[in-house]
Design a protein around this ligand. Structure first.
Ligand code: CA
Length: 220
């Protein structure tokens, strides 16, 4: 899962990036509205955290432009305390949720999980597929209750597949959702991650659809 953080206050942006990465997300950070607009238009994010007061273009304008273009990524806006009209304007502009500054990082993480869950139609923070369980709160994976150790990239690949069960996912789509923008991407490495996941998880969990991509097999 990949998240965009739009925040012009460098300390806060750095903290958000660190706690999101710790939680297993690929994270892009932008400190100005114009760049954020472009990123949200051209990149694929599973959630966006958008501060409203930004240089070059304010957050509300960025959000309105995304929605006018038909971009549907879940957006959580960061608002100033006691500014109820900003929250109303944000939600009317297409925000899915808001958080008032200052906030605890754990609350932000919980809200991001909820946004991603809702976007995928999941009700629970624990995703299950046969004997495999992925707990999005602890970023832990188990098979038949036994913990499995995954690298951060293996975890991201599995998390993306488990958020989209029984759906054909192309290598390009996976690549877009597991790497941050500045990462040297190579879609061939996806195959390597899938190979490693197959060694650590039930072998038939991830199906290769030749030339098209992968599908997480849901046992009937
Ligand atoms: Ca700001």
């Amino acid at each position: 899962m990949r998240v965009l953080v739009v925040e012009d206050e460098p300390t806060l942006a750095g903290q958000l990036q660190a706690s999101l990465m710790q939680a297993g997300y690929a994270v892009d950070v932008s400190g100005n509205g114009r760049e954020a607009l472009f990123l949200g238009e051209t990149e694929s994010y599973d959630a966006v955290i958008l501060d409203l007061g930004l240089p070059q273009m304010d957050g509300l304008s960025v959000l309105r432009r995304w929605r006018a273009m038909g971009r549907t990524q879940p957006v959580l806006i960061l608002t100033a305390r006691d500014n109820w009209s900003e929250k109303v304007a944000g939600i009317d502009a297409g925000a899915d949720d808001y958080l008032t500054k200052p906030f605890h990082p754990e609350e932000l993480l919980a809200r991001v999980r909820a946004l991603i869950r809702r976007a995928g139609g999941q009700a629970s923070t624990r995703l299950a597929c046969g004997p495999v369980e992925l707990d999005t709160r602890s970023s832990r994976v188990t098979v038949d209750g036994q913990a499995v150790t995954l690298t951060s990239h293996e975890y991201r690949v599995l998390a993306y597949l488990m958020h989209h069960p029984d759906r054909l996912i192309s290598r390009t789509e996976l690549t877009e959702h597991i790497y941050a923008q500045d990462f040297d991407r190579d879609s061939n490495t996806i195959e390597v991650f899938i190979g490693r996941l197959r060694k650590k998880l039930p072998q038939d969990l991830i199906e290769t659809v030749r030339g098209l991509g992968y599908r997480l097999r849901v046992p009937s």
